[in-house]
Design a protein around this ligand. Structure first.
Ligand SMILES: [Zn+2]
Length: 391
């Protein structure tokens, strides 16, 4: 395995590594990027259209977020990456001065189903907005991300659903490898890191081959794609074990794409994963589902209309420090916009606080010991991934 290219725009330093007794593979670290430092394990809220839906940049900061994700596919289509570049780049455009990761667009393009055709050179697709015809290649996906100016760009890949037939997975994985080489060759922006994506579905041999292939290339970080879809938690864990076995001595940060439920994240941290993203906490918030220690509440339930208590008494968020469950229940019933903002502030605060608790346990050497306590806090919230291109 090669070391990351010297002088690149990402430096990952492990603070507390896994213990020698191998009771966990979890670790804490610091990922230094152009716009700041990200402590890991970390969750990245998703700002699909250069906005975390319903939140201002100050709201996002107040939730404890240190890095956010934006979607290359969506910003390419609207308002256009060249326009964002002319307006000073994505950080200035959305007034977020912290780190930003852009995905490659591969997931959204492939999610279009009948609206796209993949060949060896790239993917041709119709816009979900107006039906216009577009073509993504690895070179274009990198060019778009360079124009956006994110801290971390991601190589263009062809994800497939975990349950796809082996031949389909093998074909897409080999194409992802060829596209990884082209993405790397096309990438020139010195203040932007570039991560590669491991694919390979649930097949241990394909997954291992993909891990070896991607890890042999001088990417600044390793994404694990093609999970957080329709696989079971047990299938996900065994696939992560295949990947992390091979990355054990690799110094780079590991990012599992699309996983968002606290319990799923906790199990993946235990298997050695450092970074996560998902629309899950923000999307369910807009549906009235609030995450609290040990579970969740549905604020649309009539029982909350007279409930003067905060959603979560010890939560420092904008919702819980100032408003009652009754007020939020009223806002949702009246479809008032403030309700979506407050609920989103809360779920992100819960998610990011949960990550902080994981890091604290790791730093104190209490991680495997505290697993049952952390599992209890995560509750039984589980969901698949963000398998919806409209995010
Ligand atoms: Zn709260």
């Amino acid at each position: 395995m090669t070391a990351p290219r010297p002088g690149r725009a990402a430096h990952y330093e492990i603070e507390v590594g896994p213990p020698e007794d191998a009771s966990t593979r979890a670790r804490t670290g610091r990922l230094t990027l152009t716009h700041g430092v990200v402590e890991t394990p970390q969750f990245m809220p998703v700002g699909t259209n250069a906005t975390v839906k319903a939140l201002s940049p100050d709201d996002i900061r107040a939730t404890g977020a240190s890095i956010i994700l934006a979607n290359t596919y969506h910003l390419y289509l609207r308002p256009g990456h060249e326009r964002i570049a002319r307006l000073g780049g994505l950080h200035r455009f959305m007034d977020w001065d912290g780190p930003i990761l852009t995905d490659s667009g591969g997931f959204q393009v492939v999610s279009l189903g009948d609206l796209r055709v993949v060949d060896d050179d790239g993917a041709t697709f119709r816009s979900h907005l107006d039906g216009s015809l577009h073509r993504f290649t690895p070179e274009l996906a990198i060019g778009v991300q360079e124009a956006l100016g994110s801290d971390i760009a991601v190589a263009f890949d062809q994800p497939v659903f975990p349950s796809s037939p082996r031949a389909v997975v093998a074909d897409a994985t080999e194409r992802t490898h060829r596209w990884a080489e082209r993405s790397l060759a096309a990438h020139a922006r010195g203040d932007q890191a570039l991560f590669g994506i491991v694919q390979g579905g649930l097949d241990p041999d394909l997954r291992a081959a993909s891990t070896r292939f991607i890890a042999a290339m001088p990417f600044d970080g390793i994404c694990i794609g093609g999970l957080a879809g329709d696989e079971t938690p047990a299938q996900r864990i065994s696939t992560l074990d295949v990947v992390v076995d091979l990355l054990e001595a690799d110094p780079r940060v590991r990012y599992l794409m699309g996983l968002g439920s606290p319990l799923d994240i906790l199990e993946a941290v235990d298997r050695g994963i450092d970074l996560f993203d998902s629309v899950l906490p923000t999307r369910v918030a807009r549906n009235g589902q609030l995450w609290i220690p040990g579970g969740r509440i549905n604020i649309r339930n009539a029982r909350y209309l007279d409930d003067a208590e905060p959603v979560q008494a010890d939560c420092p968020c904008l919702l819980c420090t100032r408003f009652s469950r009754a007020y939020l229940a009223h806002l949702f019933r009246a479809e008032e916009l403030l309700g979506y903002r407050l609920a989103t502030c809360h779920n992100l605060t819960f998610s990011l606080d949960f990550m902080a608790r994981i890091r604290a346990a790791l730093r104190a050497g209490r991680f495997p010991a505290n697993l049952s306590e952390l599992r209890a806090r995560a509750g039984a919230i589980r969901a698949g991934g963000s398998a919806d291109m409209s995010a």
